[in-house]
Design a protein around this ligand. Structure first.
Ligand SMILES: [Fe+2]
Ligand SMILES: [Fe+2]
Length: 209
């Protein structure tokens, strides 16, 4: 049962979140923040990143950890509870960065914004490594494909959810690209991959990042 669930996409997403921080942080540093078109593009791209990260963590908090917690041993429960508190810490760091990005302009303290990115990256990198190493093996033991339906519905409800798969693949390794698209059945992939990839390319062009 649990061992039939493949969580490769979870790790692929974690890599994409970290890559996105590495894309946005220098973009803020070199941007002309007096130009509203430029700041608008950065804000749009950042909003997608922040929404996708929050949706990912909400789906884990609502649909993964509770299912595993109900079936786990005492030691396993401690790991799963740590996942929830790491998400809270990440959410606080993200709230602060969301605030800085929402008021980007000529008077922005760029170094302070970049420290905000560094803080989110530090908390996120630590959490993702902990989750992949200790929590996912527990989840694999207890969470079935049926349990995952709520998780998938939650992630699909996000605004711009159709940008997520091509975004995960942007800058990813060949293996990450192929394991990401192979989540979809072949006949769906044949239609969805080119359509969403075009949409993501247009989104990137419009954001200018
Ligand atoms: Fe995750
Ligand atoms: Fe997580």
């Amino acid at each position: 049962m649990g061992d039939q669930v493949d969580f490769t996409i979870n790790a692929n997403m974690h890599s994409a979140f970290l890559r996105e921080i590495d894309r946005l942080r220098p973009a803020v540093g070199r941007a002309d923040l007096a130009d509203p078109l430029v700041t608008g593009g950065i804000q749009r791209r950042y909003r997608f990143f922040s929404d996708t990260l929050r949706t990912h963590h909400e789906a884990e908090d609502q649909c993964l950890w509770p299912v595993a917690l109900a079936r786990a041993t005492g030691e396993e429960k401690a790991v799963l509870t740590a996942m929830e508190s790491e998400h809270v810490a990440l959410s606080r760091a993200l709230d602060s960065l969301d605030g800085s990005i929402s008021v980007l302009g000529p008077d922005t303290d760029i170094a302070a914004v970049q420290r905000g990115f560094d803080r989110v990256r530090e908390v996120l990198a630590g959490h993702c490594a902990h989750e992949e190493r200790d929590a996912i093996p527990i989840v694999r033991r207890y969470v079935t494909k049926d349990d995952l339906k709520g998780f998938m519905e939650r992630t699909r409800s996000q605004e711009d959810s159709d940008l997520v798969l091509p975004w995960i693949c942007d800058g990813a390794t060949q293996e990450q690209v192929s394991t990401t698209w192979s989540m979809l059945p072949g006949f769906v992939r044949a239609f969805v991959k080119p359509m969403t990839t075009r949409k993501y390319q247009q989104f990137s062009r419009e954001c200018g990042v």
